[in-house]
Design a protein around this ligand. Sequence first.
Ligand code: AMP
Length: 283
Amino acid sequence: MRVIRDTAAMQALAIERRSKGVNTALVPTMGALHEGHLSLIRLAHEHGDEVDVTIFVNPTQFGPGEDLSRYPRTLERDLELCRKEGVATVFCPNDGEVYAADHSTQISETSLSSGLCGAYRPGHFDGVVTVVAKLFNIMLPTAAVFGRKDFQQARAIQRMVRDLNFPVRIVLAPIVREPDGLAMSSRNRYLSEAEREQALSISRALKAAETEVAGGSENAEVLQRAAEAAITAAGLEVQYVACVDADTLEPVARVGRQVVLAVAALVGNTRLIDNVVLQPSAS
Ligand code: AMP
């Protein structure tokens, strides 16, 4: 497995591989790898001759007062996991390799990024789509795999790829959960035992909504209120609980097909997100 920190060296390798007809599938990450990331790597093997992973805690997607400085960094362990998963190349640059000190160009996706997390994290998705565009230009992947866990992020990236004609196929992967339902996240490391227990209220509320919808409920307001009440009762501070159209991310009043129930909530200082695709009963 190649481990590359230098942007020019990485891009040169990518160009050389391309010229030889090698198709690569990319899994961009911020490291502190867990089974969710590994599931993306396994899926990526189905979409390229070689799988690349990037490990980069992207400063431009963190707002002031967010957890950039304390974000978990476990590079040696991450590299070991990548090796075991048959990754061909890991690109793990430092900040200076990715952003010039006087960088002054960025990309904004202005529609899908504005609500949900975008309303609470101004500038976050500009940082995300900009770094993903930069990584696509450095890594030259044929395909790239993103998790549905970060559903809004995945949709914003799909829109960027469409709008700016990036020749990259975007593949979405299902959410990987702990056995008790908690969506895996690098930020779960921040949780105390008590907070972790409280955090379970999120996946439980989503599961309850799923069951309601499968049983015939279709009133989004009622579902949202029930989920919010359950999560608040567990002691979390809810930022949003929203039934949105899976394509437009606009709020819906009725749960038809293609509706996602998305949640963001704080447990202590830790911000967690989760979502579920609601499947209405066939009748
Ligand atoms: P991150 O390192 O948190 O930026 O995540 C890197 C990629 O892994 C993103 O595409 C995430 O959506 C994806 N990911 C993170 N957690 C999970 C999970 N529990 N299940 C599936 N994909 C995930």
